[in-house]
Write a protein that binds this ligand. Structure first.
Ligand SMILES: Nc1ncnc2c1ncn2[C@@H]1O[C@H](COP(=O)(O)OP(=O)(O)OP(=O)(O)O)[C@@H](O)[C@H]1O
Ligand SMILES: O=c1[nH]c(=O)c2[nH+]cn([C@@H]3O[C@H](COP(=O)(O)O)[C@@H](O)[C@H]3O)c2[nH]1
Ligand SMILES: NC(=O)CC[C@H](N)C(=O)O
Ligand SMILES: [Mg+2]
Length: 532
């Protein structure tokens, strides 16, 4: 840290998928923030740290269920005594209501995804001038049905749920929606208003030296003589991670690109050419297609697939160790991965970690899918960052645009886009062709940079069609295209009908195995970006 930190926001984590995003939003406006587990002790919250403001995160639990996580004893009194403003978000708001004498209930309905907030009064402390209805992102099943004394409702959803509250005199605020996700239109304005106008935080933290800090950490961890393997995929994250580590330790970095048999059309050849011509880092390609597909044969369960893939990746890197040893005479001890925060939170880290209240959404191959015995120490310089932050880091280091601007592609590849057994029905071949046609059309129509991620999905069902006056009984493919900033929330991309018409025509004409194309119009939440 280059400057003295004068303000500090403590964020208590109740297991929301978005907690780190709150931290990041606070960082974005140059205020230092620290994330503590929801059950942090009184001492940790108030004595080891000196909060200027406190934010209570969302979380999967219900406050009224026995054993649900809460704030430490004496919390509310201390906040009042020290005049620390508190903002509760989603579960955090429900916690305020529940702890201070109101009522939270699960009424069997729920609000997920985009929803307008209406009925914002003219004079509120939390919204300031933002009194017009605003679209926000919700993800809750419980709702506040009785507010504690002294609180008033300052916003409702269209369904009539109380979605924003504040105390008449104390600086206590609650939002049922997620202001921290970019799809909440004025969320960032509300957070800034809370931080700067209500809590009077000062800007005293800068991201400018994150890069230097990380390079220093890698140097210290690796030391003067150790060698390091990097799992390099051709995606943004691992390219940025590799470039950063290369700056720290130079030629003691050895990159390994894995052709796992689950890649897109001609991906391995294309990426290897890009590495050679543009990235200028030494990369070996290792082909494990046969082993991977034999391990995946007969497996349909998404989590099992992910675990198998995670294990095969690591097996491959262990073998690659030997290659490096032969070349350099040194056994590499470290493995660099381009793990980002969304990979970590969705995989839900092991018990005992600070994120114990989170649910597993899916086991990303590079986190939750890893086997117990790794055989490496991990180096993950991007582990607390989000994709758009990583893209910015990449730009600072002059990582070529061809890598930085690429759509993300998951390590488990087409395996999580073929629902059911990956090895059946020529699904890999079909999906490769469909995906190639789809992505080429997106590029041709000049839409690639407007879309955050786009891909096709192979469904395990057949439908009846008529092709050349003959009955066909063939596969259905789904197309997905989303907009997002960080992959934590997403909305579907509203293609013009002309584009969809053209792409559907091309697919059904050029890919014999497909007679029906559907377009996915679901946001995240409630869906995820990938289908598995
Ligand atoms: N085919 C691959 N070969 C080697 N390593 C891989 C491969 N696929 C994924 N990885 C490793 O797993 C990590 C996580 O994969 P992920 O797809 O999230 O990141 P990425 O490929 O680097 O970037 P992007 O999200 O833009 O695709 C990568 O950063 C990389 O370290
Ligand atoms: O390397 C990866 N290993 C994985 O196991 C994995 N699962 C999802 N993704 C990518 O993560 C982002 C968020 O995806 P979801 O909304 O589907 O969870 C999207 O960009 C997904 O493509 C993965 N990347
Ligand atoms: N996202 C959240 O914080 C959800 C809170 C609570 N579990 C609900 O469903 O209402
Ligand atoms: Mg990738």
């Amino acid at each position: 840290m280059t400057q003295a930190v004068t303000s500090q926001v403590v964020i208590l984590d109740y297991g929301s998928q978005y907690t780190q995003l709150i931290t990041r939003r606070v960082r974005e406006v140059e205020v230092y923030s620290i994330l503590l587990p929801g059950d942090a002790t009184f001492k940790r919250v108030f004595e080891e740290n000196k909060p200027t403001a406190i934010i209570l995160s969302g979380g999967p639990n219900s406050v009224h269920v026995k054993g649900a996580p809460s704030v430490p004893d004496g919390f509310w009194e201390e906040c009042e005594k020290r005049q620390i403003p508190v903002l509760g978000i989603c579960y955090g708001m429900q916690l305020i209501v529940h702890c201070l004498g109101g009522k939270v209930e699960g009424l069997g309905k729920g609000e997920f995804g985009r929803m307008p907030v209406v009925d914002i009064p003219t004079h509120t402390k939390l919204f300031g001038e933002d009194i017009e209805p605003q679209n926000v992102w919700m993800s809750h099943g419980d709702e506040a049905t009785v507010l504690p004394d002294g609180f008033k409702c300052i916003g409702k959803s269209e369904q009539g749920c109380v979605v924003a509250i504040e105390h008449e005199t104390k600086n206590l605020f609650g939002l049922q929606y997620h202001p921290e996700v970019t799809h909440s239109e004025k969320g960032m304005r509300t957070l800034k208003h809370f931080l700067f106008n209500i809590a009077k935080c000062e800007r005293s933290w800068s991201m400018a030296n994150v890069l230097e800090e990380q390079i220093q950490i890698v140097k210290e961890k690796v030391g003067e003589t150790n060698h390091v393997i990097c799992a390099l995929s051709g995606g943004v994250d691992s390219c940025v991670a590799a470039t950063l580590v290369h700056r720290a330790i130079g030629d003691r970095l050895h990159c390994c690109f894995v052709d796992n048999g689950l890649l897109r059309y001609k991906e391995a050849e294309r990426v290897m050419v890009m590495f050679k011509n543009e990235l200028h880092l030494p990369v070996d390609c290792v082909d494990i297609t046969e082993k991977m597909l034999s391990e995946l044969k007969g497996v349909s369960d998404p989590e099992r697939k992910r675990k198998i893939i995670g294990k095969e990746f690591i097996e491959c890197f262990k073998e690659y160790k030997k290659t490096v040893e032969k070349k350099t005479g040194v056994v590499p001890k470290f493995l660099v991965q381009g793990t980002l925060y969304p990979d970590v939170i969705e995989s839900c880290p092991p018990p005992g970690s600070d994120q114990k209240h989170s649910h597993t959404i899916k086991s990303h191959h590079n986190v939750g899918g890893l086997p117990k015995e790794l055989g490496f120490e991990l180096i993950e310089p991007l582990r607390v960052l989000f994709k758009d932050e990583v893209r910015r880091l990449g730009k600072i280091m002059d990582v070529p645009r061809n890598f930085v601007a690429r759509h993300p592609f998951p390590g488990p590849g087409l395996a999580v886009r073929i629902l059911g057994d990956v090895t059946e029905n020529n699904a890999l071949e079909t999906l490769r062709l469909v995906d190639e046609i789809y992505i080429n059309a997106i590029k041709e129509f000049g839409l690639y940079d407007e879309i955050w991620q786009a891909f096709a999905v192979h469904l395990p069902i057949k439908s009846v069609g008529v092709q050349g006056d003959q009955r066909s009984h063939s596969h259905v493919v789904g197309l997905r295209a989303i907009t997002s900033n960080d992959g934590m929330t997403a909305d579907w991309y509203p293609f013009e009908p002309k584009f969809l018409q053209e792409v559907s025509n091309r697919i059904t004409n050029q890919v014999r195995a497909v007679n029906r194309v559907v377009y996915d119009i679901t946001s995240k939440p409630p869906s995820t970006i990938e289908w598995e």
